[in-house]
Structures are given as structure tokens and as C-alpha cells.
Design a protein around this ligand. Structure first.
Ligand code: JD8
Length: 260
């Protein structure tokens, strides 16, 4: 997979050289290229913004500079990803889909945003898919943090990145659709708090069941939207018992919360 990130603050993306994403880059699992948008500016001040049509505060990023930059990095097509507060919420399912694509291009805006014609223009190209996405309902000053989030969420799903792909199923928002179970390590007692005894039993079947119960209970307590999205066909009798303890029952083949 190749990932291009375009920004006026390329150094903001330097954390991508660290940790596991950095390892994925050196192992050739992913080719991440960070570009300075100003390299495509044509004036000596390397201007990338201008005043907004219709007036108002702030500046807007120019479509012509973005256009020359994206024509270059999208020369062979790809998936153009544009972080914006008004975008579609980024989810694990989206990250999973993106992990199967050969080329991602992330356009990091700043100021009041990127001229709206840029996304509209590239959406007309048959070899380009455009997705405007958001990482949450709060306002940042630019798209670089969202680019870091997307790259990490996608790269960690690439085949060969994690040692045990099975672990991806059990983590929060993984294929199981549940929040992750609580984890513990040495010492067995800390701050007068003990580790759940089953985890010290060495009985793998009981441990697996306890972890599933905990994931179900945690999800039922914190994220009713995730429980409602579970497929009843994937739940066994014990799963349904745990969910029932948290007020969830199966009605007409669907999970529903008592009293709603
Ligand atoms: C891209 C410019 C700043 C946004 C005027 C503040 C994503 N979840 C998210 N919150 N904020 C962003 C985001 C913010 C951005 C840009 C993403 C480009 N800004 C603008 C509109 C109001 N300023 C984001 N993903």
C-alpha cells in the first residue's frame, strides 16, 4: 500500500516515522510519502490560501494549488481522503475497507478549509474515490491529526503488521463488534487489588469465556449502539444470558433493551 499525505505542516506527520508504523514502512509493508503543499505554490511567497468569496473571517485554501498537488499524487488514481468536521465519522469498518486499497491520498486542510471545488472535482474522476471523513464531533485547527489517526488505524490492519491477526478480532470495535475485555499483568496484587482468579487458573476455556463475558458486559454498559448492531446469530446461549443481565433480550430476532 502507498499512502500520500499532503499538508502545509509536513513535520506534523513525523510521528509516522516512529513506532510500529515506522516499522511497517522500513519493512516495505507500506510506502508513506509526506508532501509540503507549498511545493506546488507558484508565487515567491508560496501562497496556498486566499480570502473567502462571500466574505467572513479567516482564509480558504486555494483550489489551484491543491489541484496541481493532487494531480501529481493522484496521477495513477487512488482514494482521496479529506478530513473535515463535516465528514462521515471514521469507523473501524471504514479502516478495514481502506486497508484493502492500493493507494490512499490524504489532503490535510488548514485555515477555514479547502475550497469545496477540490473534492467535487476529484469525485468526477473515474479513477478516484473521494471520502470526506471526521474523527469526532469537536473542532481541530487542521486535518493533520486526523491523517495520523487514519494512517495508524489502517496500517495496523495490513496483513503482516500484527503478529497474531486473531488479536484484531477481540479488540474494541474489532470483527466481534464488542469493546475489549479488561487486561491485567504482574504483580498479582497491586494497591490491594487482585487479578481476577480465573486469569491465574491456566484453564484456557474458562479464561476465554470470562473474557467474552467481560467484553459483552462492558459493551452493554457503555455502548448500547454496538449491542444493538450485534447479529443474534453470532451469539451463543451464555452470550444472551450476559446481555439479559444488562437488560437486553431478543425480540423478533433482534436485540432490544428492556424499557426502550
Ligand atoms: C480539517 C481546517 C479547521 C474547521 C474553521 C477551525 C477532522 N474531527 C475534526 N475536527 N476538526 C477537523 C478538521 C478541522 C479543519 C480541517 C479537519 C481543515 N480545519 C477549520 C472548520 C471551522 N476551522 C476534524 N477530521
Amino acid at each position: 500500500m502507498r499512502i500520500d499525505v499532503v499538508s502545509i505542516f509536513p513535520d506534523y506527520l513525523s510521528p509516522l516515522e516512529l513506532s510500529l508504523v515506522g516499522k511497517a514502512r522500513t519493512s516495505g509493508l507500506v510506502d508513506v510519502r509526506v508532501h509540503d503543499l507549498r511545493d506546488w505554490a507558484t508565487d515567491r511567497h508560496r501562497t496556498v490560501d486566499d480570502t473567502p468569496f462571500g466574505g467572513g473571517a479567516g482564509m480558504v485554501m486555494r483550489p489551484d494549488v491543491w489541484g496541481t498537488a493532487l494531480d501529481d499524487v493522484l496521477a495513477d488514481g487512488g482514494h482521496l481522503l479529506v478530513p473535515t468536521p463535516s465528514g462521515t465519522p471514521l469507523t473501524q469498518r471504514t479502516a478495514e475497507a481502506l486497508a484493502h486499497e492500493p493507494h490512499l491520498v490524504i489532503a490535510c486542510g488548514r485555515y477555514e478549509g479547502i475550497d469545496a471545488r477540490v473534492a467535487a472535482h476529484y469525485a468526477t474522476r473515474p479513477d478516484v474515490t473521494v471520502t470526506e471523513y471526521s474523527i469526532g464531533d469537536y473542532v481541530l485547527n487542521g486535518g493533520e491529526v486526523a491523517a495520523l489517526v487514519l494512517v495508524e488505524a489502517v496500517v495496523r490492519l495490513l496483513p503482516g503488521f500484527v503478529g497474531n491477526p486473531e488479536s484484531l478480532v477481540e479488540e474494541s470495535h474489532g470483527a466481534a463488534g464488542l469493546l475489549e475485555y479488561p487486561v491485567y499483568t504482574k504483580p498479582p496484587v497491586w494497591a490491594d487489588l487482585e487479578v481476577p482468579e480465573v486469569l491465574l487458573s491456566g484453564h484456557h476455556g474458562r479464561i476465554a469465556r470470562w473474557r467474552r463475558d467481560e467484553a459483552l458486559a462492558r459493551t452493554a454498559s457503555l455502548r448500547s449502539d454496538l449491542v444493538a448492531a450485534l447479529d443474534v446469530a453470532d451469539l451463543d446461549a451464555r452470550d444472551l444470558e450476559v446481555l439479559a443481565e444488562h437488560g437486553w433480550t431478543v425480540l423478533d430476532g433482534e436485540l432490544s433493551l428492556r424499557g426502550t
